[in-house]
Write a protein that binds this ligand. Structure first.
Ligand code: PDD
Length: 281
């Protein structure tokens, strides 16, 4: 396997970053995960746009221009012969002696790009059964709209979900409202067929899968509400699902051990999953 690291393509086992990289010491960096489907990046422009926004919010200079980065992504896909899988892009503020405040302007940001192959049939098998989620308080910071690599709260949430036998964590705010998953956006469909997901602000990530799905919902003439929804609403929903680059549209069949809808993947979630790749480009 080949990794891109700061201007070079190297065998992954030889790919190295300095121990004083600020990503390593402070989680001072941002990332993107983009799906590769039939050899092509899905929703690449939106991912690159969000990466640029995350960098700007943290005042990290773009390590590469968008055109050059797009070439690196293609090289990494080609050199790793990825037909289906993901690419991971990580940019940090760079290498400097440890000090919380920013290093001098001359310090160059670090950039790493890796690729991973997955069997798409595994995801399809999971989607045919549906997944369960476990809820817990949202312990993250107040700017999760920035896709930073500071993911410890997400890591602990996903681990707790796993220990409770669930696939994903649903993070709940102090008002009992569902915010999002540890690595996905959260959705429900109410008994009238209205699709509901939390509105965008600083407390939720603007998922690219979410954005593309909103386009699909509009094109299909379905009803969408972008607003907060409570855990109680989720318990009595007709259907539920999560979205993310690694899960796509994944039906949720249980929350905290309670069945959602019929306790099987909902028809609308399954239909949206089936047509997702027709719209995502
Ligand atoms: N996670 N919310 C959170 C907290 C996420 O980490 C993610 C993605 C999403 C969905 O965003 P998108 O549709 O752009 O993938 C929502 C990635 C996949 C990860 O951390 O691996």
């Amino acid at each position: 396997r080949i990794t891109y690291v700061n201007g070079q393509y190297v065998p992954s086992r030889d790919a190295m970053v300095h121990v004083e990289d600020r990503g390593y010491q402070f989680a001072d960096g941002v990332y993107e995960v983009c799906e590769v489907f039939h050899g092509a990046l899905i929703d690449e422009p939106r991912h690159l746009e969000r990466l640029a926004r995350s960098l700007a919010e943290l005042q990290i200079d773009a390590p590469l221009g968008q055109g050059a980065l797009a070439i690196v992504l293609r090289e990494i896909i080609a050199r790793n012969k990825v037909a289906n899988g993901y690419i991971y892009i990580q940019a940090t503020r760079g290498v400097a002696p440890r000090d919380h405040a920013f290093p001098p302007k001359c310090v160059r940001p670090s950039l790493v790009v890796t690729a991973r192959t997955v069997d798409p049939e595994k995801g399809e098998m999971t989607a045919r059964k549906g997944v369960t989620v476990a809820t817990m308080p949202d312990l993250r910071w107040k700017r999760v709209d920035i896709k930073t690599i500071s993911l410890i709260a997400n890591v602990l949430a996903r681990q707790e979900a796993k220990e409770r036998g669930a696939y994903e964590a649903w993070l709940i705010d102090s008002d009992g409202m569902v915010v999002e998953g540890a690595a996905s956006n959260a959705w429900i469909i109410d008994r009238s067929g209205t699709i509901i997901t939390r509105h965008i602000d600083h407390f939720v990530l603007r998922g690219i899968t979410r954005t593309t799905l909103i386009d699909i919902i509009a094109a299909e003439g379905l009803k969408l509400e972008e607003r907060r929804f409570s855990l109680d609403e989720a318990f009595s929903a007709q259907e539920a699902f999560i979205t993310g680059a690694t899960t796509l549209i994944m039906p949720v069949v249980g929350i905290d051990g309670r069945k959602i809808g019929a306790g099987a993947p909902g028809p609308l979630a399954q239909r949206l999953r089936a047509i997702f790749h027709d719209t995502a480009v």
